[in-house]
Design a protein around this ligand. Structure first.
Ligand code: 3PG
Length: 212
């Protein structure tokens, strides 16, 4: 999968809804009801972070949920990329981008949303053909003003800012011409998952889906 094909796929995913939920899931039993709750609320693209022992099984379970587009986040190594693809992830997200991660995604045919936080990182990825990138960590890297400033000289790159984004500041990003969507964990709070409050999570998803 070429970088251009990956970016086209990433753009398509990012345009499905204003928010990509960033999910940290400890209990495999939460996978299917959580995915159903988020999809029902209007957020079809789901990023399952590879930060818990059950993450790959969660991807497998969520991939069965109708209407969901399941990706793997926290891709740190080529082995992560292979495992994510094998589990059924249809896109991948990395906090930064290395040659090895990029090469693995190209080989495996996994659409990568690669992370960048500075103009040089953005340009390096653009040179490789990645026109859709994750701006990470968004708030601590300057927030919406930084994304806007990078867009002045480099308008051909679009972003999914993630990291510190919430209901309060999401609109600051979503109003920028170089932002396709944002990523955030606020739509799937741990306490609601533990309580099995799937309706509450659908309500949070609805609120996020209406941001734009
Ligand atoms: C992450 O990697 O955890 C994401 O950037 C989500 O960040 P958030 O919890 O601040 O939304």
């Amino acid at each position: 999968m070429t970088p251009a094909e990956q970016s086209a796929r990433s753009a398509e995913i990012c345009r499905r809804a204003p928010v990509i939920p960033v999910l940290v899931i400890d209990d495999l039993a939460h996978a299917a009801p959580l995915a159903r709750a988020l999809v029902a609320g209007g957020l079809p693209a789901l990023e399952v972070t590879l930060r818990t022992p059950v993450a790959l099984d969660v991807i497998r379970a969520m991939a069965e949920v109708e209407g969901g587009i399941v990706g793997a986040g926290t891709l740190l190594t080529p082995a992560d990329v292979k495992a994510a693809k094998a589990a059924g992830a249809t896109f991948g997200v990395s906090p930064g981008a290395t040659d090895r991660i990029i090469a693995a995604c190209e080989e495996e045919g996994l659409a990568l949303l690669p992370g960048a936080a500075t103009a040089t990182e953005v340009l390096t990825l653009l040179e490789r053909g990645y026109t859709v990138q994750k701006f990470f960590p968004a708030e601590s890297s300057g927030g919406a003003p930084a994304v806007k400033a990078i867009g002045a000289p480099i308008p051909q790159v679009s972003f999914c800012p993630t990291g510190g984004v919430s209901l309060k500041n999401a609109k600051d990003y979503l109003g920028l011409s170089n932002v396709l969507c944002v990523g955030g964990s606020w739509v799937a709070p741990k306490d609601r998952m533990l309580a099995g409050d799937w309706d509450g999570i659908t309500a949070l998803a609805r609120e996020a889906a209406a941001l734009r």
